[in-house]
Every structure is written in structure tokens, then in C-alpha cells.
Design a protein around this ligand. Structure first.
Ligand SMILES: [Zn+2]
Length: 58
């Protein structure tokens, strides 16, 4: 399970990765919005880029 702070494209709330019988889904804790696969991929790649940048940035 993972949490993306300010990852919601709708309200900028925190997005939580949930696992249920249908598989994984990313849902916002604030507005209950569920990210679609494209938004989920964008969020994951964005976090990866942010992590890389944080190691290089001052
Ligand atoms: Zn939200």
C-alpha cells in the first residue's frame, strides 16, 4: 500500500493505493475520486521523476 501526497488530479488531496478483489486502485482520501489507468500511470511516473530530481536539486 502506498500514499501519494497531493496526488489527486481533482482536488490535490492525498491518494491512497488500495487493493481489493478487482485488483489495485488509486483513490483520493479527500474526495473519493478514483484515478483512471492513465492518471495512475502519470502519477507513478511523476513521483519517480520527483524523487530523481530531489536527489540532484539543492
Ligand atoms: Zn481528490
Amino acid at each position: 500500500m502506498a500514499l501519494w501526497r497531493k496526488g489527486c488530479p481533482r482536488c490535490r488531496g492525498d491518494v491512497l493505493e488500495q487493493t481489493d478483489l478487482d485488483g489495485r486502485s488509486l483513490a483520493c482520501l479527500q474526495c473519493i475520486y478514483t484515478l483512471n489507468p492513465g492518471q495512475e500511470a502519470a502519477l507513478r511516473s511523476r513521483v519517480r521523476h520527483a524523487a530523481e530530481r530531489s536527489t540532484a536539486a539543492a
